[in-house]
Design a protein around this ligand. Structure first.
Ligand SMILES: [Zn+2]
Ligand SMILES: [Zn+2]
Length: 375
């Protein structure tokens, strides 16, 4: 096959800037893309254009092409599998978005180029995947009292979680055996095949379905775990809840989750902390409000009252002449906030004014005398 001149195909000079090459490529895509151009040779032309742009847009490949010609950059085969990366696909999609072709054409590119990347995956370098797969996290929720939230607590929980199979040490292979190389992909984890596309025949690479891309097959499976390397088991574990946790906190315990498949990494356990309701208080995040009711006579004369707190109780002084609705602040005696500092307790003094029918005759009389004396 005659050597193609990439510069000629793109209509640019050797000295052209990357911007000029890009701009020229964009114009050609607009002209020859088979969605637009219905000529029978449009797709062949498009293949050439892409091939040329693939070579000249990459400084390394351009240098190689300038020195050795097209064979060094994948040659007449077009997209040489690994040579055609995501970046290229991104460029093309960008062009179509900018050119007002809409999302529809983008998906055509995704379809075509998806084949190069193993079905739209993010795999760029075709290496076998590790056999072990991560175990995954477990979520668990627990309710604690206000005091436990402040002081911390050790809890015991029972979980149904995957644990490493001890019979095969988590490998999944029957004791003493090891996984065999996958015959389908010869251990590479990927298979290549040719596909017909609107750009002509393209090499496509996809994950080997026989070994799920790992390149290995467990022939002699461990009978206990059926080859997975882990088994589900009821387990009781102890967890330390640190002091000063706020309501709704998620604490991550690394490695307390599910055991991985075939020796993969352990997942984590995520413990969600919820406060138990304490009916003595009204709660606004880390602030607690306590309503303390006093008689109107105590409000006039002043008194000392005992206020419940999270840790116990506290005595506060009510000054003579205290009005209903007065607030007394117990600073730092409230609940932990998300920054692990404590909020306040607000004590609201409510003065109880008795209705006349709740008073006996003697009480009513003294109030009347008091009332007369105040005039
Ligand atoms: Zn395979
Ligand atoms: Zn096993």
């Amino acid at each position: 096959m005659a050597k193609k001149d990439y510069y000629e195909i793109l209509g640019v000079e050797r000295s052209s800037t990357p911007e000029a090459i890009k701009s020229s490529y964009r114009k050609l895509v607009m002209k020859y893309h088979p969605d637009v151009n219905k000529d029978s040779d449009a797709s062949q032309k498009m293949t050439e254009i892409n091939e040329a742009y693939n070579a000249l847009s990459d400084p390394k490949k351009k240098q190689q092409y300038d020195m050795y010609g097209d064979t060094g950059v994948g040659g007449s085969q077009g997209f040489g599998g690994a040579g055609f990366g995501e970046n290229q696909q991104g460029n093309m999609n960008d062009f179509f978005r900018q050119s007002g072709f809409g999302g529809g054409t983008g998906s055509i590119f995704d379809d075509i180029f998806g084949a190069f990347t193993g079905g739209g995956g993010r795999q760029r370098n075709y290496r076998p995947k590790p056999m072990g797969r991560p175990g995954g996290d477990i979520s668990f929720s627990t309710n604690i009292t206000y005091l436990e939230a402040i002081q911390g607590k050790t809890i015991k929980i029972e979980l149904d979680r995957f644990t490493k199979c001890t019979d095969c040490s988590g490998t999944g292979s029957k004791n003493g055996t090891s996984p065999e190389t996958c015959s389908h992909c010869k251990g590479s984890g990927y298979v290549q095949h040719q596909e017909q596309s609107i750009f002509g025949m393209v090499n496509s690479v996809s994950e080997c379905s026989n070994c799920n891309g790992t390149g290995k097959i467990i022939k002699d499976k461990c009978p206990t775990c059926r080859g997975f390397g882990r088994i589900k088991k009821k387990t009781t574990i102890e967890l330390n809840i640190p002091p000063t946790v706020s309501d709704g906190t998620n604490i991550r315990y690394q490695g307390y989750g599910n055991a991985g498949i075939n020796g993969g990494a352990l997942g984590d356990l995520i413990l969600n902390i919820r406060y138990k309701v304490d009916t003595r208080f009204k709660r606004h995040q880390s602030t607690l409000v306590y309503d303390n009711i006093i008689s109107f006579t105590k409000a006039i004369l002043g008194t000392v009252v005992s206020i419940p707190t999270i840790e116990g109780s506290e005595r506060i002084k009510i000054l003579p002449g205290t009005q209903s609705g007065k607030e007394v602040l117990l600073r730092g005696k409230g609940l932990p906030n998300s920054r692990r500092r404590r909020g306040d307790i607000i004590v609201r003094i409510i003065v109880d004014i008795p209705t006349v029918n709740k008073l006996n005759r003697k009480q009513k009389k003294s109030i009347e005398e008091l009332d007369a004396s105040l005039k």
